[in-house]
Design a protein around this ligand. Structure first.
Ligand SMILES: Nc1ncnc2c1ncn2[C@@H]1O[C@H](COP(=O)(O)OP(=O)(O)OP(=O)(O)O)[C@@H](O)[C@H]1O
Ligand SMILES: [Mg+2]
Length: 497
């Protein structure tokens, strides 16, 4: 086989994915238990072997087997023979485990500032009015140089906004106190879902997802999602944020011989359900444009109807496992799935979809000219890594040995909005007190008939000095924390180029 392909399985001929077209996105669908995760695993293995780093969420923990090798069960050996994979080699793939909760892998964090108001509103399920208020909060923070690193910062900022009431309203528009109260309540929900662990520092450096091992294979980045999936908003927004980070930070590469990174979006329906149209449009746009940065996105979901038409149309490489056709909605899904394939005169696509066995799929990929290949009924190859989850001990050993060991494991809490606002309040109170004392002294002196005017201007000077020293302090913190002007990208995340 040519070395610009990944072997996927066998129909009446070998079926492959073409690496130069692997950034033209993909779709893996099928009912539960039909072989989606195994297909995801063999795709990830093939990409890793070709030197392409991979990112995937592991919903059930069963993808973790990719990190170890083990004697395969007989039915996999049998499958290897069936698809002409001889010799059938066993192999562990270089893997980094991640976990938003920092338990089953290295912690992944981002800052509130980096995520931006658009995604944060989606995350907290805010109404339009609430989103408007959040936008103002971000605007003020950006202007006043307040870094919003964690949820504590955001809370302090909202409180400050509420306290400043009138001043904010005249400058930025109306921000009603109940609106802020409602956002604050959503913040509590987010914290309970584990958002307090996700927001903070050290924030993820996206380059750590793009590593290759010494032997040239791409690292497989697996994020534990078994717990995360119970907070679907957090899960979906996290992956969305990651996609936007990749998009904003990676340079254009044009046509390349292989992708820079492939990103698997499991349970993809969560990305699109309850997503406001404005955000949806931006997701579509990002998916379309991220290709040229060498990033391939593969959606994994049960039902192709889960994916909006405009996104579906962009997914060039497709693996369709079996679908059931019990209900009218099922039947519609089968029909939709069938119509997305270029028909093969050898069989009826729609009928085949309902007949496929485990680990069998209809495959169509983009050929080297970028044209979809005729759909083929294919037995998927068995994985080279272990089928099924690793043990907690194995996981621990791999985490300890990872190239980012120690880098993200302890949170850091540096000065940000919370601390600065607290200091500011403190300084204001102190200045007020001093001013009052000065005034009292001036009064005494006035009583002694001594130059009152001069005394008063000394008081002014004092207040000015106090204010500017706070200002300087703020200034240096800002410089340290965010640098120059903030620029937000398509999905409202921070761009840093
Ligand atoms: N390529 C394959 N070769 C041999 N057997 C396979 C293959 N793919 C899947 N199977 C068999 O089917 C089982 C289920 O596959 P898998 O876990 O990938 O399904 P799934 O679609 O991810 O299910 P779920 O939706 O429940 O997560 C596997 O444990 C394995 O026994
Ligand atoms: Mg699965």
């Amino acid at each position: 086989m040519a070395d610009n392909t990944i072997f996927l399985g066998k129909s009446d001929k070998p079926e492959v994915l073409y690496l130069p077209l692997a950034n033209r996105h993909g779709l893996v669908t099928g009912a539960t238990g039909t072989g989606k995760t195994v297909t995801l695993q063999i795709l990830a293995e093939g990409l890793s072997a070709a030197g392409v780093p991979v990112f995937a969420a592991d919903i059930k923990g069963d993808l973790s087997g990719i990190a170890v090798k083990n004697a395969p069960p007989d039915f996999l050996v049998e499958r290897a023979k069936q698809v002409g994979l001889e010799p059938y080699e066993q192999m562990a793939f270089p893997t980094v485990f991640w976990d938003l909760f920092g338990e089953q892998g290295h912690a992944i964090r981002t800052t509130v500032t980096e995520m931006g108001p658009l995604m944060l509103s989606r995350l907290m399920g805010l109404s339009d009015a609430q989103e408007g208020a959040l936008n103002i909060a971000f605007k003020i923070a950006d202007e006043e140089g307040l870094a919003i690193l964690d949820l504590k910062d955001l809370r302090a900022l909202l409180k400050d906004l509420a306290d400043r009431g009138k001043e904010i309203t005249t400058q930025y528009g109306n921000v009603a106190a109940p609106t802020i109260g409602a956002i604050q309540r959503q913040l509590v929900v987010l914290e309970e879902q584990g958002g307090d662990k996700f927001f903070g520092e050290p924030a993820l450096d996206i380059k750590d997802f793009m590593r290759t091992a010494r032997d040239g294979r791409g690292y497989v980045n697996i994020i534990a999602a078994d717990r995360l999936i119970n907070s679907p908003q957090l899960y979906a927004t996290f992956l969305l944020w990651l996609m936007s980070e990749l998009f904003e930070q990676l340079p254009e590469v044009g046509d390349a011989d292989k992708p820079k990174l492939v990103f698997f979006f499991d349970e993809a329906h969560l990305l699109f359900s309850e997503t406001p149209p404005g955000l949806l449009q931006k997701i579509e746009q990002t998916v379309k444009l991220i290709r040229s940065k060498g990033v391939g996105i593969y959606f994994v979901t049960q039902n192709p109807l889960d994916i909006p038409e405009s996104v579906l149309a962009q997914l060039g490489n497709r693996v369709q496992h079996a679908l059931r056709a019990y209900t009218p909605r099922d039947q519609k899904a089968v029909r939709t799935a069938a119509t997305t394939f270029r028909a093969n005169p050898k069989f009826d696509t729609e009928k085949a979809i309902t007949e496929l066995g485990k680990g069998e799929a209809l495959i169509s990929v983009l050929d080297l000219k970028g044209v979809p290949t005729m759909v083929e009924r294919t037995f998927i190859r068995p994985p080279s890594g272990q089928l099924g989850p690793i043990t907690p001990e194995q996981r621990k050993a791999i985490i300890a040995d990872s190239p980012v060991a120690g880098k993200y494991d302890s949170p850091v809490d540096r000065d940000s909005a919370y601390e600065i606002l607290a200091k500011r309040a403190h300084a204001a109170a102190a200045a007020e007190k001093e001013a009052a004392e000065d005034k009292a002294r001036a009064k005494e002196e006035k009583a002694a008939a001594r130059a009152p005017r001069e005394r008063e201007s000394a008081t002014d000077r004092f207040i000015k000095n106090a204010a500017s020293s706070v200002g300087r302090q703020l200034g240096s913190t800002v410089a340290r924390s965010i640098g120059n002007a903030l620029v937000r990208g398509i999905l409202g995340g921070l761009t840093r180029r």
